[in-house]
Write a protein of this length. Structure first.
Length: 331
């Protein structure tokens, strides 16, 4: 029962906060708007009942957030296809710390962010102007591919691509924006995205896609490797990148994150040895701290594929290369 309540903690916390904010707003408006005494007394009676209950629910959700994860089962990593091709760097990776994004909300306990860092096109370094055009980053517009075979169950393509937040002031502004995005719900946090449900019920989501780039519709059947969109800078994103995660159900509200590994990828040297341009700025994009490695989220050598090809994920600041020719033909 505890784990069931943990699954719905997000919606309950969200509802409780709405009740609390509504009560505060009602008190503020009550001093301005002329209302009958009977109506004012009725509102106060409702508040006297709902507000303490809302605080109790919110507190219970917070306690569940910190206590319940110790009882969560950790399944083996599911091997899926990489959503990108070429040379990319891992940020907020579960190969370095779990939960990879600092929280387990929205099914992102084992999610990973990937930024394109090709050798022939330098990725803008962190610093300089507070905001840069998304087009300045080599990741913007790059193809994004389905990670598994399945049916498309969720699609969003309406969020606009905003400018990158490229120095400390820009990141501070993004933090303020994220508060507003949280009020809007997970759709405003992940931006444009596509979720595919595999035949075994596992759901794969790629997020922060470019506006107008999504090539699939809900109900459509896709195969792993097919292009489903392009990398963008929508939602809660500091620069154009691909956010990828697996969940046990399609809803970000109630889905729990699942470990994954990308099939047949070449991983570069560990981050402390592979200091390519831009990799020393990884901590400015996301939290690269921590050392707990998720069960099954590390590197798994593949027999008969070659010594450099593995099933795994890059650590924070580590590069991952996926041959371009592995991509399916764009539609």
């Amino acid at each position: 029962m505890v784990l069931s309540l943990y699954r719905v903690r997000g919606p309950f916390f969200y509802a409780a906060m709405l009740v609390i904010f509504a009560a505060i707003l009602s008190d503020l408006l009550g001093d301005v708007v002329t209302m009958g005494r009977a109506l004012q007394d009725g509102i106060r009676e409702v508040q006297a009942t709902l507000v303490p209950l809302a605080f109790a629910v919110a507190l219970a959700c917070v306690v569940l957030t910190f206590v319940a994860p110790r009882w969560l089962p950790v399944p083996e990593a599911r091997v899926v296809g990489s959503p990108v091709r070429g040379r990319w760097m891992g940020i907020n990776s579960p190969a370095s710390v779990v939960p990879s994004h600092g929280v387990r909300a929205y099914g992102q306990a084992y999610a990973i962010d990937l930024v394109h860092d090709p050798l022939d096109v330098p990725r803008p370094e962190f610093g300089g102007p507070a905001m840069r055009a998304a087009e300045e980053y080599p990741a913007f517009g790059r193809p994004v591919h389905a990670m598994l075979d399945g049916a498309v169950v969720r699609v969003s393509d309406r969020h606009r691509d905003h400018r990158a937040r490229s120095n400390r002031w820009g990141v501070a502004w993004m933090m303020l924006e994220s508060v507003i995005r949280e009020i809007g719900g997970p759709g405003f946090v992940v931006g444009n995205h596509v979720t595919i449900r595999g035949d075994d019920g596992v759901c794969a989501m790629v997020a922060h896609l470019q506006r107008g780039s999504v090539l699939v519709q809900v109900g459509e059947r896709v195969r792993a490797g097919e292009q489903i969109g392009s990398c963008g800078n929508t939602g809660n994103s500091s620069e154009p990148h691909v956010h990828a995660q697996l969940m046990d159900r399609a809803s970000c509200w109630t889905g729990q994150g699942l470990p994954m590994a990308f099939a047949d990828v070449e991983l570069g040297a560990p981050p402390e040895l592979d200091m390519a341009p831009g990799s020393d700025d990884a901590s400015e994009v996301g939290d690269a701290s921590g050392s707990d490695v998720a069960s099954g989220s590390g590197v798994v050598p593949r027999e008969g594929v070659g010594a450099e090809c593995v099933d795994g994920l890059p650590e924070n600041g580590q590069h991952m290369t996926v041959p371009i020719e592995n991509a399916a033909e764009p539609r």
